[in-house]
Write a protein that binds this ligand. Structure first.
Ligand code: GDP
Length: 420
């Protein structure tokens, strides 16, 4: 297996966790390359149902090395809790490593995230409030603290105290209680001690994996529409889920990534604010949300739901050059006699298949074509050729409109419910 990146091609929650879990059975190394514990990858396998936030979805393969990559921001306390939960379910986490160059998501980031959302009021971004945005903001502003710094507690404490001098001023201005530097440092150092020698320089491990032709999986979080540079700014995540981000965020030279899997749901969902042209409102949306159990894995928030948007998926393909698509949740559409399929946008009197910038996208209305539904369950189908003709036609429509071939089709949440 070459180096493979698993990338979200919509607004996130496409089912990347399931696809990564499946591919990880054959992988030697699995690396989460961006984001923080705002991710919520749901994995359903023989061990049960798990919501992974920071830990790579490869953790269920005892032979795979799982790396929280240098491009991530890590709340060490949350990571320790996640590991404890996995261990409690009998999953070994011995093979987990955390890059010492990743940035620490500090307790003040979480607080600042919530305060910022509160102050934005009606213009809020709809973040998960986990502090990911403020942690990346500090990284870019050169106020971040990298994970390796916990190795020198005295210096670390001084760094935390220094950062808190300004942060506390902001926190107080927002009307909240300032944080105590010692308490903050103690909390992070205690979690770091629990992780112990799992905190490493991951570059030699990754370099060695590539040199020995090991099978490497790069796992992204969120999707192209939430990419910091190419998504619906400012309703985006603070890092780059695109395959281009995978190279930097995992510490792997871009030319080694030869397989890029774009994960799309057979329809669309979004958590958080921002334009979402094919959104279904009212009873129609409620019905799909309930039927497909579209509630956020991290926050439990109801997800916004809509029809498949080929403009968005093609936008993702233009930026990622997917070698293949993985279509998830095809089974859900078995409930519909007719399935609207967005092939373009109408915008200011013209039709376009280009993705406009955010404020313009707010005005776009979808141009739909109607696909015929197959009106039935897909459970038990074990071969793509045995899918109902209407379902095969629907998949062919996705392939043609996005411009990439479909390699995998999900017809249920379980690992096994995937047609290859
Ligand atoms: P991720 O963050 O991209 O991994 O996506 P989430 O885990 O947040 O959301 C995907 C949801 O869809 C999870 O609850 C999965 O268990 C579920 N899922 C994934 N693939 C399929 C599928 O093919 N069919 C059905 N019915 N559910 C699926």
């Amino acid at each position: 297996m070459p180096v493979t990146a698993v990338v979200g091609a919509q607004w996130g929650d496409e089912g990347k966790g399931k696809i990564t879990d499946l591919l990880a059975q054959e992988a030697d190394v699995v690396i989460r390359y961006q984001g923080g514990n705002n991710a919520g990858h749901t994995v359903v396998n023989q061990h049960g149902t798990f919501k992974l936030h920071l830990v790579p979805s490869g953790i269920f393969n005892p032979n795979a090395l799982c790396i929280v990559g240098p491009g991530t921001v890590v709340d060490l306390k949350v990571l320790c809790e996640e590991l404890r939960n996995l261990e409690a379910h009998g999953i070994s986490t011995a093979n987990l490593r955390v890059s010492d160059r990743a940035h620490l998501l500090m307790p003040y980031h979480t607080l600042l995230d919530r305060l910022d959302e509160r102050e934005r009021g009606r213009q809020k971004l709809g973040t998960t409030g986990q502090g990911v945005g403020p942690a990346y903001a500090d990284k870019v502003a050169r106020h971040g603290i990298q994970v390796y710094e916990v190795r020198d507690p005295k210096r670390f404490r001084a760094h935390v105290a220094h950062e808190l001098e300004t942060k506390n001023k902001v926190i107080e201005r927002f009307g909240d209680k300032p944080l105590d530097a010692k308490q903050v440092a103690d909390e992070v150092l205690s979690a770091a001690a629990t992780l112990g020698d799992r905190i490493v320089d991951t570059l030699p491990l990754v370099e060695d994996a590539v040199r020995t032709d090991a099978r490497v999986l790069l796992e992204g979080q969120l999707g192209a529409m939430r990419d910091l540079d190419w998504g619906i700014y400012p309703y985006v995540t603070s890092s780059n889920p695109l395959a281009g981000g995978a190279a930097v965020g995992a510490g792997i030279p871009p030319r080694y990534i030869t397989r890029v899997i774009g994960v799309v749901k057979a329809y669309s969902t979004a958590v958080g604010e921002g334009p979402f042209p094919t959104e279904m409102h009212g009873k129609e949306g409620d019905a799909l949300r309930e039927m497909a159990n579209e509630y956020g894995a991290t926050t439990g928030r109801p997800r916004r739901v809509g029809w498949f948007d080929a403009v968005a998926a093609r936008h993702a393909h233009r930026l990622n050059a997917f070698t293949e698509l993985a279509v998830t949740k095809l089974d859900v559409l078995g409930a519909y006699r007719e399935i609207p399929f967005c092939v373009a946008y109408r915008l200011d009197g013209r039709t376009t298949t280009d993705m406009p910038p955010t404020a313009v996208l707010e005005r776009a209305t979808p141009v739909y074509e109607t696909c015929v539904g197959w009106c039935g369950a897909l459970a038990g189908v074990s071969d793509r050729d045995h899918l109902p003709k209407a379902a095969r036609d629907y998949l062919a429509k996705i392939e043609a409109s996005v411009g990439a071939p479909i390699g995998m089709v999900g017809i249920g949440p379980e690992r096994s419910a995937t047609l290859l």
